[in-house]
Design a protein around this ligand. Structure first.
Ligand SMILES: [Zn+2]
Length: 468
């Protein structure tokens, strides 16, 4: 068997791992590189392998850094199936369509400059048509059901507990009469998170390809998240302020809505209107509603078994219409607005920030990761003056950051995960999907626990394995 690390290698985006076994080529993930516009565009445009030569694709979950380059793979000649869980497929439908829209919009701006400089205009990475064709290639596979993806390669999806439908993949490989097991974690979730089940750990492995996003970080515990949230909201409402929450539309927004629903039912937040102002979040929530069987035990006990919608209650409204969204500006009484994008780089949240960030009574609450140089990051860093729609605004509202919503395993979770596999059997661990400040300390941590061969593969590095 050969493993080649094309993407997510020594970085956190563009996940792509190619496995060659028994004469077949299996691609694990086909993520989008994200970062500086021009540089990512070039990286995403050209694959370092021929898509037409791939025999099968396995996708762990719908996040764009894992799935976002699939339409380009199809456009460039991939003809086979894309295996994923049914919930991942439903989420991919809305996320890839959204991504195609963003790709085309992004280029408008670049091409305006190209035209001015009499340079050739760039083609979008892919279009809506490519996305629709990609959707035709998906094949749904439920958790815990074995299927043969290539001769001698039995595959099982296990619940990774990261977002709706997220899977870790277990491959049992029979090569030249020898049997061994390879695990690929995809992104790993955290135990005790709302909505998602706890990660189902891959065991009895000979080789493991593992994510390492937070290999050197400890998250705030999820234990007090409800108390903290209810205190912040009650305080702000009592002083007559509004609460603005920039949030990713898929995953984070549904967790927030679920917790607010619980707090509302238990009278732990004041009786006030709550708006989810994002068309993408509306579509994503409908996907969650159609896969209630994936929810954790608490959601099942409190809501599903009572035939109640975990994502809907009397004080909550979903806003799809632009006119309705604009009307939210004129509301004079306390309310909560959850809107995207999470990093405040675009979308309706920009209007809400512009209208509310100058009032010391209001609270802007950040519940997710924000990359360097994004508006969310600047406000989180305490910048007093920020630019929104090209105009300067002074930040006077209260700013709070909650780290406990992270959907990624932290250092402790990752070490615990591996520890369920014995160092005698687990011969090779490959750390991917992590920057060096996170992955290298994790590598040291694993070595000190007796795992001898922990690799941090460079882009395009090849590893050959022969089972003894
Ligand atoms: Zn993810």
């Amino acid at each position: 068997m050969q493993i080649q690390f094309y993407g997510g290698a020594q970085t956190v985006t563009g996940s792509q791992v190619l496995i060659s076994v028994n004469g077949k080529k299996i691609l694990f993930e086909c993520g989008l590189f994200q970062g500086r516009r021009q540089e990512s565009y070039e990286k995403n445009l050209n694959f370092s392998f021929d898509p037409a030569e791939i025999d099968a694709v396995i996708l762990s979950h719908a996040h764009i850094d894992h799935s976002g380059n699939l339409p380009n793979l199809i456009k460039r000649g991939y003809k086979g199936s894309i295996y994923a869980t049914p919930a991942t497929i439903d989420l991919c439908k809305i996320m890839l369509r959204d991504s195609a829209y963003l790709q085309e919009k992004d280029l408008e701006w670049v091409n305006r400059i190209h035209r001015r400089n009499h340079q050739k205009e760039l083609e979008p990475l892919y279009t809506m048509r490519d996305v629709e064709e990609t959707i035709e290639h998906f094949v749904g596979i439920s958790f815990d059901k074995a299927f043969t993806i290539a001769p001698g390669v039995e595959t099982v999806f296990r619940d990774a507990g990261h977002i709706l439908g997220s899977a870790s993949i277990h491959l049992e490989i029979n090569e030249k009469g020898k049997l061994y097991k390879l695990g690929m974690t995809g992104d790993i979730g955290r135990p005790s998170m709302p909505l998602t089940k706890d990660p189902n750990v891959l065991r009895e492995l000979d080789l493991l390809i593992m994510e390492s996003t937070y290999g050197n970080r400890f998250h705030e515990s999820t234990e007090n998240v409800e108390e903290q949230l209810s205190a912040m909201i009650s305080e702000t409402a009592a002083s007559g302020g509004k609460i603005i929450i920039p949030s990713f539309a898929v995953g984070r927004t549904q967790v927030l809505v679920y917790i607010l629903h619980k707090l509302f039912d238990q009278n732990r937040i004041p009786d006030m209107p709550i708006f989810v102002d994002s068309p993408l979040a509306v579509h994503a929530t409908n996907v969650f509603r159609s896969h209630l069987d994936y929810m954790d035990r608490e959601t099942e006990r409190i809501y599903i078994s009572n035939h109640e919608d975990p994502f809907g209650f009397q004080r909550l409204s979903y806003v799809e219409d632009v006119e309705h969204s604009k009307k939210l500006n004129s509301l004079a009484y306390p309310h909560i607005i959850i809107s995207g994008s999470g990093m405040a780089e675009g979308g309706r949240i920009l209007h809400h920030l512009r209208n509310n960030i100058h009032n010391p009574k209001n609270l802007v609450l950040f519940v997710g990761y924000a990359a360097k140089d994004t508006l969310a990051r600047k406000i989180m860093n305490g910048d007093r003056v920020v630019k929104i729609f090209g105009e300067e605004h002074t930040v006077k509202s209260k700013i709070k950051i909650m780290d406990s919503f992270s959907a990624h395993a932290d250092r402790r979770d990752l070490l615990d995960y591996v520890s369920l596999n014995s160092p005698q059997r687990l011969k090779h661990i490959f750390l991917i999907h992590g920057d060096s400040d996170q992955a290298l300390p994790l590598k040291d941590g694993l070595r000190s626990k007796g795992y001898q061969n922990v690799h941090y593969p460079a882009p395009e590095e090849v590893f050959t394995y022969e089972h003894m």
